[in-house]
Every structure is written in structure tokens, then in C-alpha cells.
Ligand binder design. Structure first.
Ligand SMILES: [Zn+2]
Length: 409
């Protein structure tokens, strides 16, 4: 059935009128995209020359245009999507609102909007996981986005816990970090974060100390925080840094590895088996490895090792979640990440890491697919990612809940 809400859709048709594109873009509203190639999901075949109809933030029709031709008038608000490709809104499961995000409560709407566009929405992100920032500041940003004041993505937040004496060298020394010396302290911190309204926990199971040895978090501390989070059905991310940190994260039951670990060269067969058994997910963050050293040979080696780890985990059937660590790194452009991921995975697998994998993993049942009754979280691409994975970065529009939150000018 094309319209589950046929009557509603027809009533909608009478209400729609031609509208200047600038006004349309500034307002939430009902609209149609016509003439597009639509990938409903990473596994479905594309619908060629398709029309998609959005009402009240939801997708109410998606079908070949000839089947909808008489179902809505030519005067409807439309985005002409001839030659464009529509996929579900993207998730970035590893971002930070740190560098350049100070004092959100006193920042102008236009400044916040421009920064969100530059960092996230112009790359198609409609949902992001903030894996560490000043929680009160990011909560303020989330509030301003959710109130409709600032067009932006849905922001999910994880609260950070560090090991005792594990203040990473790349964070300012004056920054106050929550360090857990005991399982009880870790449990207390996790509880506090969840009471603040955060959506998950991020554990530094390995903290990078520069020339000094990495400081790892012990398994019992990991497990204490994981138990608190899992009691509330919240996920636990782990920044692992090295093999010990990875193994402690897995032994303690962390859900998601926030990075590959290229300095170790590869995951061991035991790690891969355990990750598969525990349904651990992996965020590759391959572009990050181009930012940690000035030495091009070392950079190449790190990227190659990261790609190899991604490939080994993916070929074991592991769940990949797209994520770049953007906001910590200042490379906002996602082209490079897609190119690296494309060395290990097909374009449909990359689309899954951007859409269905995170929506399934984080139980967001109304997101991740272009289908009737789903949230109208959409990316309209200028070119087909099936022909080149870098086309995932060629975003013409980003739409969240039926509202255009980015439009390429
Ligand atoms: Zn990060």
C-alpha cells in the first residue's frame, strides 16, 4: 500500500502551495522530493525515479513517481531531486563538542548554526554521539537544537570516566577530569552521568601519556561502570588506546570500541572471537590516524593498520558504526574516511554503518531507513555512492524530522 494514511496525504495535497525555497528551508513543513533514486536501506534495491512525501516529520509515501503522480498536485512544495540520490539520515557515532564550542548558552544562533553546518550537517549527520565534552555545555546545545531554535542533529551524549592518574597528554592539564581509582568510584560517576540525562558512558580504558606508558583502566573498574549503564539499558563506549585497554574493555563488557588500535598492528584472533561473541561494535575513526603525527610514513602505517583491523573485524561479521572523532580533530570533511573505509568494505556496508547499524544498535526503531512511518531523517546526495563511496560526502540537503537543516548553496 502506497499510503498508509491516504486520507491524510490527500488532505495534505490541498494545503500545499508553491513556496519560495528560502522560506521553505527555514521552516519545518510538508514536502515532496521528486525524481530521485532512493535507497530505502543498505540491502534493498534502489527505487528509480522515485517520489518521497513527508508530513509532520514522518515519511508518508515512498514509491516510483508514476505511481504517485495523481496523488499530489504539481503545486505541492517540492524539491526537484532529478539526478539526486536519497538515503536515510547519517549517524556519526563519535564526535565531540569541544574545540570551538565554548559557552553555548551565550553564543548567537547564527554562530551555532554555522558551526553545526560546517562540522556536521553539511556532511549529512542527523544523529550524533558526543563521546566527551563539558556535559552542561553540550546539554545546553542539545536543548537549543531540540527547542527548534538552532537547526541541528539529534545529540546523544556519553559521560567520560578516566583511570586514576590517566590524564591524557593531549587534553589541557588544567582540565578537571573524572578519574576513578576504584570500582565504587566508577559506579558512582556512571550513576551521576545517567542522572544528569546522559545517554551512555565512555571509559578511557587506555589513556595516552605521550613518552610515558599508557595508563590502563582495570577490568573490575570497567565492569562496575558497565553494570550501572546496562542496568539502565545504556551503552558503554571504550577508548582503548592499546591491547591491554582493548582486552580490559572486552573483559569488562564494554559495548563499543571507539577507535581501531593501529599502534598494535592488528586485533588478535581471541579479541575478534570475543568481540563477535559479545556483539561488540567498532568505530573505525581512520581519518584520526592522519592527525596524530607529522611523519607521512608513520601516518601511512597507522592508516593501513586501521584499515586492516576494520577489515578483519568486518569480515568476522562485526558491527561497524561510522564515526570520525570530529570536534576533537578539525578535519570536518568525511571524504577521506569514506575512501579509507572503502578499502575494507563495500558501499552498502558503509551505508549500513551510517544508518541501519547505529539505529539497530542504539534501538532507534524510527530511524535508519527510508520507509513509510519512519522519521523523515534524510540525506539527499548529488551523486550515487554505488559508483564511488566518496559520493557519501557530496551532500545537497540534510533533513531531520522533515526540516531542512542543511542545504548546499
Ligand atoms: Zn574522541
Amino acid at each position: 500500500m502506497l499510503f498508509r494514511r491516504l486520507g491524510l496525504a490527500l488532505a495534505l495535497c490541498l494545503l500545499l502551495a508553491v513556496c519560495p525555497s528560502s522560506a521553505f528551508c527555514a521552516e519545518p513543513g510538508d514536502f515532496a522530493c521528486t525524481g530521485a533514486k532512493i535507497y530505502p536501506s543498505p540491502t534493498d534495491p534502489p527505487i528509480e525515479n522515485a517520489t518521497l512525501l513527508v508530513h509532520d516529520g514522518k515519511i508518508i509515501a515512498v514509491a516510483p513517481s508514476y505511481r504517485l503522480r495523481n496523488k499530489f498536485p504539481h503545486s505541492a512544495i517540492t524539491i526537484d531531486c532529478q539526478g539526486k540520490v536519497i538515503v536515510a539520515g547519517f549517524w556519526n557515532s563519535h564526535v565531540h563538542f569541544t574545540n570551538g564550542w565554548d559557552d553555548v548558552p551565550n553564543t548567537l544562533v547564527a554562530t551555532l548554526t554555522a558551526h553545526l553546518q560546517e562540522m556536521l550537517t553539511r556532511w549529512g549527520f542527523t544523529t550524533v554521539w558526543d563521546l566527551g565534552s563539558e556535559p552542561s555545555n553540550t546539554l545546553a546545545l542539545r536543548q537549543r537544537v531540540e527547542s527548534g531554535e538552532v537547526p541541528g542533529p539529534q545529540i546523544l551524549m556519553a559521560g567520560d570516566i578516566f583511570p586514576k592518574n590517566g590524564h591524557p597528554v593531549y587534553l589541557p592539564p588544567e582540565m578537571q577530569l573524572p578519574e576513578a581509582a576504584t570500582p565504587q568510584q566508577a559506579a558512582g560517576m556512571a550513576r551521576q552521568y545517567l542522572e544528569m540525562g546522559l545517554d551512555g558512558i565512555k571509559l578511557f580504558t587506555g589513556a595516552y601519556m605521550g613518552t610515558k606508558p599508557t595508563v590502563n583502566m582495570s577490568t573490575d573498574i570497567v565492569k562496575a561502570a558497565v553494570d550501572v549503564a546496562h542496568d539502565e539499558s545504556k551503552p558503554v563506549f571504550a577508548h582503548t588506546q592499546n591491547r591491554v585497554g582493548t582486552d580490559n574493555a572486552l573483559a569488562g563488557g564494554a559495548d563499543i570500541l571507539a577507535h581501531t588500535i593501529p599502534t598494535e598492528g592488528s586485533f588478535t584472533p581471541e579479541e575478534l572471537a570475543r568481540m563477535k561473541q559479545q556483539h561488540t561494535a567498532l568505530i573505525p575513526t581512520l581519518t584520526l590516524w592522519t592527525t596524530v603525527t607529522q611523519n607521512p610514513q608513520v601516518t601511512d602505517r597507522l592508516v593501513q593498520a586501521g584499515v586492516a583491523e576494520l577489515k578483519s573485524f568486518f569480515s568476522e561479521g562485526g558491527t561497524i558504526l561510522f564515526g570520525t572523532d570530529v570536534g576533537f580533530i578539525s578535519k570536518y570533511d568525511t571524504t577521506e574516511e569514506f575512501e579509507y573505509m572503502g578499502r575494507a568494505m563495500g558501499w552498502r556496508d558503509i551505508l549500513a554503518s551510517l544508518t541501519t547499524n547505529p539505529s539497530d544498535y542504539f534501538k532507534a526503531s524510527t530511524k535508519g531507513r527510508v520507509a513509510i512511518d519512519m522519521d523523515a531523517d534524510l540525506v539527499i546526495l548529488d551523486a550515487d555512492p554505488a559508483t564511488d563511496v566518496k559520493n557519501f560526502a557530496k551532500v545537497a540537503y540534510t533533513i531531520r524530522n522533515g526540516r531542512v537543516i542543511y542545504r548546499r548553496h
